[in-house]
Each structure stands twice: as structure tokens, then as C-alpha cells.
Design a protein around this ligand. Structure first.
Ligand SMILES: Cc1ncc(COP(=O)(O)O)c(C=O)c1O
Length: 456
């Protein structure tokens, strides 16, 4: 040795350091586990930091014990009920717990899913099948089903209609009116309506449709015209928030026409992606024809899913949260997020440029806001500036028709956004505004980088 440090063996690290990552074909040669891990880890470093992603509703932090449970069960295929009966029992417990939380009147059924999208596809399929049963029993044609919902729904509802051949009857929004009520659905509902979908906790502003009003209208329709139209609640985000923050608000099975509810365990259920839930009011609300029976995994099993194999980890993690936090813990966690959201809303309003959307109404722990007046810059410029200066991901987006001229911004306040980060975010928004006041709107090329997605 002459004082020059010995270099590591570069062949063990891998050619990717200087040649780039394999991207078109599986490489012929192997690499060491550490090299493979570093290759992927280094690439991911260019992405946003999940804790600063205020666009997503999805959980970005869980307790170390929950992570341990998740890691320890990734290899347990949930669908192997015969081999893993206790995992199946734990899933059933979660379904019963959610049914109780949503005030189901008695014994019910449901399923875990990959997320709310799968839950909605399955729930809406059941609406279609049950409608067809009713039509056939009455000797009436069942060839032109429709589904009624507002423009405030997530894209999955339109996806369902296209994939499964149902006419979407979409109630348009209006500037300043971002949820729907009975007067909106009334002209669209008829005997071919398989159901009405109402949202509790919309993707766009976090508020709830007038579920009580819609339920009353459907009851009236049943009584006066004999048309029984079920109501499905899209509680992707809200079904884990409303029971704890607004326990006296009726949006669930306390209302007679509410026949099914979906919830995303990976949103305010506080579990990592992907886990969702579909809960029926009564067993009979699940169309029996949609349940498949097979015995290739060791015993006869009933399945009602679009997928088959999936890891057990997130189901176990959901049960972990239920028993770990209890109702008291969930309530406290929701209150923490709500308090921080209220503080952020007050701070943003205090900047003097913005209006807070639907302030004082029941909503998710988030702040939806937009510029109160015209400026040389807009919400998309602010989103860019905030990301460029501090790496915050606060999306800007336009509202659905007929409010498409309204621009909006939205910051989710999850557990990872504690009060000191709320204060920091407020100062960073104020600073971004200051920069834009001085330099004017951002350039065209900068605009292309703005985070605009609202759909999760
Ligand atoms: C109201 C609503 N419904 C459905 C979905 C789809 O949920 P998932 O991402 O769990 O499939 C979302 C996602 O944000 C949502 O906000």
C-alpha cells in the first residue's frame, strides 16, 4: 500500500452506476441485492417526498409496529382462505366493525378490496343486478339502466358506467355549488335508475352531498310512485371521518335508502395503500348472482371481487389500527387533523388573497381555497411557485362542468402535517405569493410542471 485507499470492487456494485438502469429488457446478468436496491432507491430520489405531498388522501405514515406486521405478512395470500382461515376471520371482523360504525341495522355482509375504486365497481354492479332482478320480476324490460350522480364524484363512477354499460346521468355543478341535493337528482331519476350515488367527502372540496335530502326524496318516490331507488354512499374519504367528527350527522345506514357504502382504508382509515371496503346494509343487498363459488384452494369458498390473489398485509394493518386506536383514538386523530386544517385555513385566509371554500361546513381535514380576486398570476402559478421554492405538492385544478372556469387549490392535512409544518406551509404560501407579485406569472414551460391531479 502506498497511501492510496483501496477502491471498492465496482463489478459488485454494477454497471448501472455509469451505464444507466436496465429499461427495455430483463438484463442477462444478475446483480447483487445491494446494487439492485441502490439502483431503485437512487432513481426514486427524484420523486416528491410523500410527507410533502398534500395532494393525496392516501396514508403516508404508519406506526413501526404496523409496518412490522405489514412486512411480516406480505407473503400471505389473502385469497387462500383454507390455508389462512384466521386472516379471513380478521377480514370478517373488520367488515362487522365497519358495519357497526356505519349503523347497519343487523347482520350484513361486505368485502375488502384494493381500494374504493374496486369497492365502487362491485357495489354498483350489485345495484345493476338488483335492479335487473326487480325489473324482471315485474315483467318489465331491463335493457337501459342508468345511474344518477353529481359532477362532484370521483372519475371511477364514470369508469364504472363505461365499463359496465350503464348510462351515466351526471348532475352538473355550478360556480359556488360544489355538491348536490334532492332538487338536483329529481329530474334524472326514473324506473330505469339502478341507484343514486352520493359522496361524503368529495375529492374536489371535501364536503358532503345532501344525503338526508336525497334519502328523503327517494323515500317519497318509493311511497308515491312505487319506484324503489337505492342510494350508495361513496365514503372513500368521509366514511372514516364523519363517524368521529360529525357523529350526529346522518349519512349512513341510519337512512333507509342507503343500501351500500364504500370506504378507503388507505385514506382516513390510516392504512398504507391499497385497501378498501364495501359494506352492504343487509345481506340481501348483495346480488347472489355475483358471488362465485370455487374449491381449488382446498375448500369451497365464496368470492365477490374483481381481483383474486392479494397480500393479507393491509387487511391485517386495518385490523391493527382498529384495535390499536379504538374509537377514542380514531376520534382524537381526526380531531388533530381537523384542528390543524382549521389553523391552516385561518392562516391562508389571513394572507388576504384567498377565499376558503365552504368554511364552517362539515368537511374532510383539508383546506380547499382559491384566489378571491383576479391577479396577473393564478392558482396554477402558485402551485408551481410553492413546489419550486419548497417542494410542497399542493395541487391546482379546475372544477368539473359547469364550474369548469373555477380554479381551485387543495391541501390535505394528514397526521404528517403537524402544527409547525402548518405554520411553515403558511409562510411558504405567503412567500410564493410575494415572489409572484414581483415577477408575475410563471412561464409556459414552468406551467407544464404544475401538479394538477385531484383524483386520489
Ligand atoms: C370520493 C372518492 N371516491 C373514490 C375514490 C377512489 O378511491 P381509491 O383511490 O381508494 O380507489 C376517491 C379517491 O380519491 C375519492 O376521493
Amino acid at each position: 500500500m502506498n497511501g492510496v485507499p483501496e477502491l471498492p470492487d465496482m463489478s459488485a456494485v454494477g454497471a448501472w452506476l455509469t451505464e444507466g438502469a436496465p429499461d427495455n429488457a430483463i438484463p442477462e446478468q444478475a446483480m447483487s441485492p445491494i446494487a439492485a436496491m441502490r439502483l431503485i432507491d437512487q432513481e426514486l430520489a427524484v420523486e416528491g417526498i410523500p410527507e410533502r405531498n398534500l395532494a393525496t388522501f392516501v396514508t403516508t405514515w404508519m406506526e413501526p409496529e404496523a409496518r412490522q406486521l405489514i412486512e411480516g405478512n406480505l407473503h400471505r395470500n389473502f385469497i387462500d382462505h383454507a390455508e389462512y382461515p384466521q386472516t379471513f376471520e380478521i377480514q370478517q371482523r373488520c367488515i362487522r366493525m365497519l358495519a357497526e360504525l356505519f349503523n347497519a341495522p343487523g347482520e350484513t355482509t361486505g368485502t375488502s378490496t384494493q381500494g374504493s375504486s374496486e369497492a365502487i365497481m362491485l357495489g354498483a354492479l350489485s345495484l345493476k343486478w338488483k335492479w335487473r332482478e326487480r325489473r324482471e320480476a315485474d315483467g318489465k324490460p331491463a335493457d337501459s339502466p342508468n345511474l344518477v350522480f353529481g359532477g362532484d364524484v370521483h372519475v371511477v363512477w364514470e369508469k364504472f358506467c363505461r365499463y359496465f354499460d350503464v348510462e351515466p346521468r351526471i348532475v352538473p355543478l355550478q360556480p359556488g355549488k360544489y355538491t348536490i341535493g334532492p332538487e338536483d337528482i329529481e329530474p334524472h331519476v326514473d324506473e330505469n335508475t339502478i341507484g343514486v350515488a352520493a359522496v361524503v367527502g368529495t375529492t374536489f372540496t371535501g364536503h358532503a352531498d345532501d344525503v338526508v335530502g336525497i334519502n328523503d326524496h327517494l323515500l317519497d318516490l318509493k311511497e308515491k310512485k312505487g319506484i324503489d331507488v337505492p342510494l350508495h354512499i361513496d365514503g372513500a374519504s368521509g366514511a372514516f371521518v364523519w363517524p368521529f367528527l360529525y357523529p350526529h350527522s346522518e349519512w349512513d345506514f341510519r337512512l333507509e335508502q342507503v343500501r351500500s357504502i364504500n370506504a378507503s382504508g388507505h385514506k382516513f382509515g390510516l392504512v398504507y395503500p391499497g385497501i378498501g371496503w364495501l359494506i352492504f346494509r343487509e345481506k340481501s343487498d348483495l346480488a347472489e348472482d355475483l358471488v362465485f363459488y370455487e374449491n381449488y384452494l382446498g375448500k369451497t369458498d365464496a368470492t365477490f371481487t374483481l381481483n383474486f390473489s392479494t397480500s393479507s398485509s393491509m387487511i391485517l394493518a386495518q385490523y391493527y389500527n382498529f384495535v390499536r386506536f379504538g374509537k377514542v383514538g380514531y376520534r382524537r386523530l381526526m380531531e388533530v387533523m381537523q384542528e390543524n386544517a382549521a389553523s391552516l385555513a385561518a392562516d391562508i385566509a389571513g394572507i388576504g388573497k384567498f377565499q376558503i371554500i365552504g368554511e364552517g361546513e362539515e368537511t374532510l381535514p383539508l383546506v380547499a381555497f382559491n384566489l378571491a380576486e383576479e391577479h396577473p398570476y393564478d392558482e396554477f402559478d402558485i402551485a408551481f411557485q410553492l413546489a419550486a421554492e419548497r417542494g410542497w405538492m399542493v395541487p391546482a385544478y379546475t372544477m368539473p362542468p359547469n364550474a369548469q372556469d373555477v380554479k381551485m387549490m387543495r391541501a390535505l392535512v394528514k397526521l404528517t402535517l403537524n402544527r409547525s409544518l402548518v405554520d411553515k406551509l403558511h409562510l411558504d404560501i405567503a412567500e410564493a405569493i410575494e415572489t409572484l407579485e414581483k415577477k408575475g406569472p410563471v412561464s409556459k414551460s414552468e406551467r407544464r410542471l404544475v401538479k394538477t391531479s385531484v383524483t386520489h
